[in-house]
Every structure is written in C-alpha cells, then in structure tokens.
Design a protein. Structure first.
Length: 314
C-alpha cells in the first residue's frame, strides 16, 4: 500500500507530535488471495506485543503502578493500581482492544486509566481469537463483571473498552441486561468498533487513511465473528435494542478513524433511548490514538473521558 497522504493543510490543524506520527503511517493491507492463517495471526500477535511490552513497562515505571494477577468468576485479569490509589471511590473494569486477536489485560488503556484516575482498574484477560470465537469473550467479561459487582456493590463501577474491547463491553452489557444484572454507573468506549460488519461511511472513506486498513481489520475480525451474523447484536452492538437502562456513555474517535461513523450512529441510538451520553471527535486522529501516553490530543481526550465518569459517581 502507498504511504498515507498527509499534506501541509492537514498538518496545520494537529499537534506537532501527531503530525510526526501520521507522517510515519505507511498503510498495511493483505489482498484476499493471501490467506490469513492462524500461524500468521500468532506471528502478528507476538510482534505487536513485543512492541507493547516496552511501552507498557515504561508507563508502569513512570507512574509507579502496581500490577497484580486476579481471578473473578473463573476469568483471569489484572488489578492495576497507582501508589496513591483511591480504594473507596469506585473501580474501573477495563476490556482491552487489539482487533480481537491480540493484546493483553496489561494494555496501555488500563494502565493509563489507573495512573490518571487513581482508581483501581480491574482489567480482563479474555480469550482471543482464533483460540475462541464469540461469544466466549462476552461470557468471560460477564462473569468477571458479575463477580466484581458482588464484591463492590456499594461503590461506583465503571467500564472502559478500547476498539474491540468496546465491542465486547457494549455487547456484554446488552446480554447482562437481559439477565437483570445491574449496569455500571457509566462507561467509556474509546474508538469503539460497534459495527464490525463493514457498514458505515467512515469504514469506506477512512479505509486507507487510518493506521490500519478497514479491509484487513475486518478480515482479522472474522476470526472472532466465526459463524455468526456480523449484524447481530452479540457481534455488532450497534444493532442491539438500546433502552434507558443502558449506562451513561462517553465515546471517542478521530477524523481519520475508520470507526468514526460508529460513534455518530450509536450516539443517535443513545439519544433516542434517553441515555446520557457524550463524545469527542479529535481532528486528524486515527483509530486507537487515545492510548498514546504523551500525545496532546490523547491526553485531552482521556481527561474528558475521566471527567465524564465523575459525573456519575453516585
């Protein structure tokens, strides 16, 4: 694929740090005649994590975070806490992103949430694809959440998810509502992939402007979708029936994000259901920009997200 286009007029409206990152985007895709094998996915996963490990360890060191293994409802995860953690003001349950095929519970999103909110963050280690397709991850998040909810019923409970993690969060909440499981006080969906069918305007017009192509992202997500209909509520929560029971929701995205349309479309559903909501669309930002530790646009976005949570602390 050719280098992602980025000219002077576009550069003028983003931070210098963002411009530097965008200029390095080369674009990446795989044509349909090249099969995506499990071996290829495992190699991509390892290469991704090799890079993430260094960044995650730096965030832990810079913010003096503690990271401890936990298990709730039979599902593994991590408890991430800052040195000055506020243990009596609520908890955050984090579901990491990674296109359903990569990433771990020690992701940047969870680490930064603990560092910046000073709340305990319980991050779920759900089973990735291709080892397991949907609804395995949904079941694991539900069990993890339910067990934590029983323990922290007298405190605010928040949820955060990034990209594929947002898909899992929203889908799991729809399933939990049907079982009369109490909803969290509020949720944050960072660059949410709420429709992974490929539909939506931004999936097309940002298909080759984002850091990763829509085409490849959807091909990889197929391992999570499996035999399910991608337009079903369990897979793409944008198609679920949303009522006033859904928790207050804040979403983030950027003008280069292939999932931009998801935020706008889901906001309309939330409004129609009278669900308190908010969103931020950052100029020039790409899918997943929110987890960059020192990017000005990412810091501003996370600060708005954490402020939204505080509104629903009771």
């Amino acid at each position: 694929m050719p280098k992602v286009k980025f000219n002077t007029n576009q550069r003028n409206t983003v931070s210098k740090a963002a411009a530097k990152m965008i200029e390095k985007f080369t674009g990446f895709d795989l044509p349909n005649f090249i099969p995506i094998t499990n071996k290829m996915i495992f190699r991509m996963r390892q290469q991704f994590q090799d890079g993430e490990d260094k960044i995650e360890e730096q965030i832990i060191a810079d913010n003096k975070l503690s990271v401890k293994p936990v298990n709730f409802g039979g599902t593994n995860g991590l408890l991430i806490e800052a040195a000055d953690v506020k243990r009596d003001q609520g908890i955050i349950i984090n579901v990491h992103g990674g296109g359903f095929i990569m990433g771990t519970s020690r992701d940047r999103n969870g680490l930064l949430a603990a560092a910046e909110t000073h709340l305990p963050v319980y991050s779920v280690e759900y089973t990735l694809a291709p080892e397991a397709a949907a609804p395995t991850a949904l079941n694991e998040v539900e069990k993890f959440y339910s067990a934590l909810g029983a323990q922290f019923y007298n405190q605010p409970i928040y949820m955060t998810g990034s990209s594929a993690g947002s898909t899992i969060v929203a889908s799991a909440l729809v399933r939990m509502h049907k079982k009369a499981i109490p909803m969290p006080n509020a949720i944050i969906l960072f660059c949410p992939a709420l429709d992974i069918s490929g539909d939506g305007d931004s999936a097309v017009f940002n298909g080759h402007r984002d850091a990763l192509s829509t085409h490849l992202s959807l091909r990889l997500a197929q391992r999570y979708i499996g035999e399910h209909n991608p337009h079903s509520a369990d897979i793409s929560p944008l198609y679920a029936e949303i009522g006033p029971w859904f928790p207050p929701t804040f979403m983030t995205t950027g003008t280069r994000d292939m999932m931009l349309s998801n935020v706008l479309r889901f906001t309309e559903k939330l409004k129609q259901a009278n669900v308190p909501n908010g969103y931020i669309i950052k100029e020039g930002m790409w899918h997943g920009f929110n987890w960059e530790p020192k990017l000005p646009e990412a810091i501003e976005t996370r600060n708005e997200a954490w402020a939204f949570l505080q509104k629903y602390s009771k």
